[in-house]
Design a protein around this ligand. Structure first.
Ligand code: WQD
Length: 352
């Protein structure tokens, strides 16, 4: 029950999860077409774990090529599916690109899992499925509001596809993991986030401004009904997210999950505002951040953070990293990227 297939293994959360899986005794292979990631991320994984990870450079939207990977690896004990486009703004401009890529890849991987009798499946979902929640903190039973972007819709629809596939006729058990806001980098600084083009997410926008790659960071609105007017999110270290995948997989392999499909929130349970995250960054880095308050970003949720009791009580999952650790590792990673420009040629798919 050792070999795990990770799709999107060269990506941000995928690479950190591969490290955690290897450190917990699993053998890992990856499928990643590197359309939004760097093959050299695998070198970083090897530096940390000492293990080589084979990546199949395959587009999961091509069923035959995906099927061939399963034919070559008939001992896959489980699949963790990360591979998807995840730029909220891009999804608004290219909805069909997102529905085609994110849903076809999911359907193909599920078809192969069924065909090859792979018993366990972990799906990378997101707090974005909750939309603008009516009440916070959100639990796994909080009703979905309409998705605020086509990206969010692909996660809502994706969850439903997994739920129904495992409920009817497939001998598969699945777990849906709803990430809140993954941030930070592996403490070794050998892997971290590699934003595609100009960063859309808060933490890389902060660190790229601080290092001088961006002239000024924008705080997207400070007129929300929150303690300081800026939005609230549940920022969570990527290594904590990664370890939850290992725990969820182990629970499946130990046959402790009765449901055909279970779901867990992966958040710290603490909401922090944008301005609080900036203050935390300035404290750990000693850098005064150059930022300006600008208008709200359409589609932004005012406030969301997790009730994470279920993951704590059932998975035995505990967050190890706090907001200062998140900012510290993100900053160290940014400085390393800047110091060694050949380390990772940033993917130049310039998202407008
Ligand atoms: C966080 C807060 C912004 C940039 C999205 C997806 C989610 C996940 C993470 C994929 C918001 C503010 C941001 C900036 C800012 N994606 N902000 N200035 O939108 O909560 O979540 O990314 O897994 O599924 O929905 O994350 O980091 O973009 O924004 O003020 O330059 O930071 O307004 O309040 P978000 P984010």
């Amino acid at each position: 029950m050792k070999k795990i297939l990770v799709t999107g293994g060269c990506g941000y959360i995928g690479s950190h999860t591969i490290v955690d899986l290897i450190e917990n005794g699993f053998e890992v292979i990856s499928i990643d077409n590197n359309s939004r990631s760097q093959p050299s991320v695998l070198d970083g994984i090897t530096k940390i774990t000492g293990k080589e990870v084979k990546n199949y450079k395959v587009d999961l939207c091509h069923y035959e090529e995906t099927f061939a990977v399963f034919q070559e690896n008939d001992d896959i004990a489980g699949v963790i599916h990360f591979a998807a486009y995840k730029a909220v703004g891009e999804s608004v401009e290219e909805p069909l690109l997102y529905f085609d890529n994110n849903l076809m890849s999911l359907i193909n991987i599920l078809r192969c899992i069924k065909e090859f009798n792979v018993p366990h499946f972990v799906f990378s979902s997101s707090c974005t499925v909750y939309g603008n929640p009516a009440s916070i903190p959100v639990t796994e039973n909080t009703p979905f509001q309409p998705a605020v972007s086509p990206y969010g819709s692909t996660k809502q629809i994706g969850e439903e596809i997994v739920l129904q596939t495992t409920a009817y006729g497939a001998d598969i058990k699945a777990v849906l993991l709803r990430y809140f806001n993954p941030v930070g980098a592996h403490p070794s600084c050998n892997i971290g986030e590699l934003p595609v083009g100009k960063p859309k997410n808060l933490i890389p926008a902060i660190t790229q401004t601080a290092i001088g790659k961006l002239p000024q960071m924008q705080v997207l609105g400070n007129d929300y009904k929150t303690k300081d007017g800026s939005c609230i999110r549940d920022y969570i270290h990527v290594c904590d997210i990664a370890h939850a995948h290992t725990l969820a997989l182990k629970r499946l392999q130990e046959n402790k999950q009765e449901k055909t499909c279970d779901v867990f929130n992966l958040g710290t349970g603490t909401g922090l505002t944008v301005l609080e995250m900036i203050k935390t960054f300035e404290k750990v880095s000693g850098v005064t951040l150059n930022y300006a308050i600008t208008n709200r970003r359409p589609g932004d949720v005012e406030a969301i953070y997790a009730n994470n009791d279920k993951a704590k009580n059932i998975l035995g999952w505990q967050c190890k990293y706090n907001a200062e650790d998140m900012m510290h590792t993100a900053w160290e990673w940014e400085k390393k990227l800047s110091a060694d420009k050949n380390l990772f040629t940033t993917v130049n798919t310039d998202l407008n």
